[in-house]
Design a binder for this molecule. Structure first.
Ligand code: MYA
Length: 184
């Protein structure tokens, strides 16, 4: 992955361990919001990401590219692939049990991804310092060890719940709040 300095942790930035209260290894993560474009089961054309955490600090997910996700005929739209990466990155940083939002997302598109492809996504944390979390993700074609089609690096910034109250719909967040979650 070609990362810019804005998504690369400063030297010595620690990678946090699994947090108390994080979902145990092997847990399915479910959806944080049923109308989320990335993971919501009620979104008619969303990505419907299905995710687990193998170790309470990283996330593995699958996303099958559908007709609604096309850019060129029968090929995935690059923005949709970036959205899939954003979602799995967001899921991984929330394992650290604080609310974060994407501040910067960088994407390398390595292979075209045809409609019908199942992408195996993985996201992990390279370090957290202050409010800034440095994350990386990849999407592989067909299997967890398949060829890499897309890579991403991101900076997420910790926010307070006020961020979502001021700019979004806190009641909707609270209505679907899950036990370990602190995010929208
Ligand atoms: C069960 C379910 C599982 C859970 C699943 C959950 C999945 C959820 C998935 C959801 C979907 C996925 C998630 C989504 O899609 S989240 C939706 C997309 N993101 C947003 O809407 C965020 C919009 N932006 C903002 O609100 C503000 O700009 C933020 C909050 C980010 C910062 O404004 P704020 O006023 O608060 O802070 P600050 O400006 O002092 O910045 C703080 C520090 O950060 C540095 N900085 C900031 N920006 C950048 C940048 N671009 N490049 C490099 N650096 C940047 C900055 O220099 C400073 O550094 P330093 O000077 O301290 O060193």
């Amino acid at each position: 992955m070609t990362r810019s300095s804005r998504t690369s942790p400063p030297p010595g930035t620690p990678v946090p361990p699994a947090q108390l209260g994080a979902p145990p290894p092997g847990s399915a993560l479910g959806s944080h919001y049923s109308r989320c474009f990335g993971c919501g089961s009620d979104h008619p054309t969303g990505l419907h990401l299905a995710a687990v955490t193998p170790d309470s600090t990283t996330v593995e997910a699958t996303f099958t590219v559908g007709e609604a996700h096309q850019g060129a005929p029968m090929l995935a739209h690059g923005g949709v692939l970036a959205a899939a990466m954003d979602e799995v990155l967001g899921m991984s940083v929330y394992l650290f049990r604080k609310p974060y939002v994407t501040a910067r997302l960088e994407t390398d598109y390595v292979l075209p991804v045809p409609v019908g492809t199942t992408l195996h996504l993985r996201a992990w944390c390279n370090g957290i310092t202050g409010r800034k979390a440095y994350l990386e993700a990849e999407g592989r074609v067909g299997a967890p060890d398949g060829p890499v089609a897309v890579r991403a690096a991101a900076l997420f910034v910790e926010v307070s719940m006020r961020h979502f109250a001021e700019h979004g719909d806190l009641a909707a967040i609270t209505a679907e709040h899950q036990d370990y979650e602190v995010n929208p």
